[in-house]
Write a protein that binds this ligand. Structure first.
Ligand SMILES: C[S@@+](CC[C@H](N)C(=O)[O-])C[C@H]1O[C@@H](n2cnc3c(N)ncnc32)[C@H](O)[C@@H]1O
Length: 420
C-alpha cells in the first residue's frame, strides 16, 4: 500500500529543496512568491497575471518529511526559473516513486526515454536520507552525515535503472545527477537534479562590496525583490527610488545579464553613499553600471532625469525606503509607500512619459511593527490614491525580521492600457 508521502509525489513532478534553513528562516510565503514570479518570467506569465493567490494554489506545494524545507509539487518547474531564485537550493524531477528502492527504480525505468543523455554522458547517484524526521538538518540543509555503505547499497538496488546509462560514472562534474530520496515509511523517490538556485548570491554579500553603507539589503532579499519585479531582458528598465548601495540594482543587473537600463536615486551625500564605488561594484562583477542620480525621489525634476536616463517609462520601480519611526501604523506622518504611490500618480497626471509603463510593476518593502497585518489604508494608501496612480495591488509576502518587526514585500501592477 502506498504511504501518504507517495500520494504527494508524482512522476514528472518536482521536489524542491529550499535555501534559508538555519540563520534567518525565510518564510514560505516569500519563497513561493519568488518562485512564482521567476516562473512568470521563464514561461508561465499568463498564470501569474491571473493572480498570484490562485497561482499559489495551482502550484500546490506540499511539505515532505515534517519540514517545509523540502516540498513536492505535481508541476514541472523550469530549471531557468529555479536558477533565478535566491531561496531555492535545488530542484529535482521525480522519475520514479514507490515503497522501497527497488520499486522506485523500477518505476523510474519507465521514464528512461524522457531523460536526455547520449553515449558520452556521465552520471552519478547521490542518496538523501530523510527517513527519520526528528533528525535535524545539517549545514548544507540535508539530513547528514550519510554512511558510505548506505549510498553503495542504494546504488546496487537501482542498478537495473542506472544500467541504461553508459558506464561513465563521474562524481565531480557529471552530466546527469540522480538523487534518491529515502523518505519516512519506506517511500523512496528516484529523481534527476534539474537545477540549482541562483549561483551568484555570495558574489553580492555586503562585505565583498566597495560601497559600504549602514543599511544594505542582504543579497537574498535583493534577489527576491528583483524576481518579484519580474526583471528580464525584455523588462530591463529598472528604477530604484531609494538606491543606497544599490543591492537591488546589482541583483537586477545580474538577472538580466545583458543590456540594462538601471537607474538609482539616492538622497544622501557622497560621503554616506559613494557613487564611484557603486560603479566599481558593478564593473568588478562584469555588470553594466547604473545611472545614479543624487536627489530626493519625491522631486519631479529628479524623476524626470530618471525617466530620461532610462529612455522611457520604467518596466519596474523598486523601493527599499528607510526604516524608522514610520514603521508604526499609528503615525500621522506620510509613509514611504504613500509617498511612492503619490509620486507615481503625480507623474501620470503631468501627461508626459509616466514613471512606470502600463503593465509595469512596483515592488516596495514595507516594514511593520508588532507583526500587524499589512493594511494599505492605515499606511495612508487609499483606493483613490492607487487608482490615480493607475496601480492595482497584486500581492504581499511577509517575512518576520525579528521579535517586533515583519517586512512585507508588496507588489502593485500598473493597469494595461486596455484596462484603463
Ligand atoms: C533602507 S536604505 C536602502 C538600502 C539599499 N536597498 C541598499 O541595498 O543599500 C534607504 C536609502 O534611501 C535613501 N533615501 C531616504 N529618503 C530618500 C529620498 N526621499 N529620496 C532618495 N533617497 C532617499 C537613504 O539615504 C538610504 O540610503
Amino acid at each position: 500500500m502506498l504511504s501518504l508521502i507517495c500520494i504527494l509525489l508524482h512522476v514528472g513532478g518536482t521536489i524542491l529543496h529550499w535555501r534559508g534553513e538555519g540563520g534567518v528562516n525565510y518564510s514560505r510565503d516569500l519563497r513561493e512568491g519568488e518562485l512564482i514570479n521567476a516562473m512568470a518570467v521563464e514561461g508561465l506569465p499568463d498564470l501569474c497575471r491571473a493572480g498570484e493567490k490562485r497561482w499559489n494554489r495551482d502550484l500546490g506545494l506540499e511539505d515532505l518529511v515534517n519540514s517545509d524545507m523540502l516540498q513536492a509539487t505535481a508541476k514541472h518547474i523550469p530549471p531557468k526559473a529555479v536558477s533565478r531564485c535566491a531561496l531555492v537550493r535545488s530542484s529535482f524531477r521525480i522519475l520514479g516513486i514507490g515503497d522501497g528502492t527497488a520499486k522506485s527504480a523500477e518505476s523510474a525505468e519507465e521514464m528512461i526515454h524522457d531523460i536526455h543523455f547520449c553515449e558520452r554522458s556521465s552520471w552519478c547517484v547521490r542518496v538523501r536520507d530523510y527517513r527519520d524526521p526528528s533528525k535535524t538538518l545539517g549545514k548544507s540543509g540535508f539530513k547528514s552525515p550519510l554512511s558510505r555503505g548506505l549510498e553503495r547499497d542504494v546504488c546496487e538496488e537501482i542498478a537495473a535503472f542506472t544500467g541504461h546509462f553508459p558506464q561513465r560514472v563521474n562524481l565531480k562534474n557529471p552530466d546527469l545527477q540522480f538523487y534518491v530520496f529515502l523518505l519516512p515509511g519506506g517511500t523512496v523517490a528516484v529523481t534527476e537534479k534539474t537545477g540549482d538556485g541562483n549561483p551568484r548570491l555570495s558574489e553580492f554579500a555586503p562585505n565583498t562590496r566597495k560601497c559600504v553603507t549602514t543599511t544594505p539589503l542582504e543579497p537574498i532579499a535583493a534577489f527576491v525583490m528583483a524576481n518579484l519585479a519580474q526583471v528580464s531582458t525584455t523588462s530591463n528598465r529598472v528604477l530604484d527610488l531609494y538606491a543606497g548601495s544599490c543591492s537591488t540594482l546589482l541583483a537586477a543587473g545580474s538577472l538580466i545579464n545583458g543590456a540594462t537600463k538601471l537607474v538609482g536615486i539616492e538622497r544622501d551625500n557622497e560621503w554616506m553613499v559613494d557613487f564611484d564605488k557603486i560603479i566599481e561594484d558593478f564593473e568588478f562583477r562584469g555588470l553594466q553600471a547604473p545611472h545614479l542620480i543624487r536627489g530626493d525621489c519625491r522631486n519631479d525634476r529628479v524623476l524626470k532625469e530618471a525617466i530620461n536616463a532610462m529612455g522611457g517609462a520604467a518596466d519596474a520601480v523598486v523601493a527599499d525606503p528607510p526604516y524608522g519611526f514610520r514603521e508604526t501604523l499609528d503615525s500621522n506622518e506620510s509613509t514611504p509607500l504613500r509617498d511612492i504611490v503619490t509620486l507615481i500618480g503625480r507623474q501620470a497626471k503631468l501627461g508626459g512619459t509616466p514613471l512606470l509603463r502600463p503593465g509595469g510593476r512596483l515592488v516596495v518593502f514595507v516594514p511593520i511593527m508588532n507583526h500587524e497585518k499589512l493594511n494599505l489604508t492605515k499606511l495612508g494608501v487609499s483606493e483613490k490614491l492607487l487608482s490615480e496612480a493607475g496601480l492595482v495591488f497584486s500581492s504581499s509576502h511577509a517575512q518576520r525580521l525579528n521579535a517586533n518587526l515583519t517586512r512585507y514585500l508588496t507588489a502593485f501592477d500598473v493597469k494595461e492600457e486596455d484596462q484603463i
